[in-house]
Design a protein around this ligand. Structure first.
Ligand SMILES: [Zn+2]
Length: 132
């Protein structure tokens, strides 16, 4: 069965495997350890060196432009004091990447397979059948 872009997006936003929809992106019992591949459908999650860069960019972008820049804008607008700005920006810079880590992996995989849905194992099988 082919997996469409809507399903890939829904699975990714829910931090599930884009191939089978299972909660299999991370090892059981380990909060931050990514599985090398999905134990259900076999989708390779970590495909090699540098695979972490996609989630890292998403995580950094959300932290910097979703939290730190707005706090600085509030300071510049006179809505926050200097100490509060520093405290919030510092605390958010430490906490947000940890809190967003798992989500950023799901969103990265969704983004990747949204553009390359033919690379999912289920869609590769369909493609081989189509060629016959
Ligand atoms: Zn899977």
């Amino acid at each position: 069965m082919k997996i469409g872009r809507g399903r890939i997006l829904a699975n990714g936003l829910a931090c599930r495997c884009p191939g089978c929809g299972g909660r299999t992106l991370f090892e059981k019992g380990r909060l931050l350890k990514v599985n090398a591949s999905c134990p259900v459908c076999g989708l390779r999650i970590e495909r090699g060196d540098g695979e972490f860069l996609g989630p890292l960019v998403i995580n950094y972008g959300l932290t910097a432009f979703g939290i730190v820049v707005p706090v600085i804008v509030l300071y510049a607008a006179g809505r926050l004091g200097g100490a509060a700005t520093l405290l919030i920006a510092f605390a958010a810079s430490l906490a947000a990447p940890l809190l967003l880590y798992r989500l950023s992996w799901g969103w990265w995989l969704a983004l990747y397979y949204l553009f390359l849905p033919g690379n999912l194992p289920a869609n590769l099988e369909g493609r081989a059948e189509d060629d016959m």
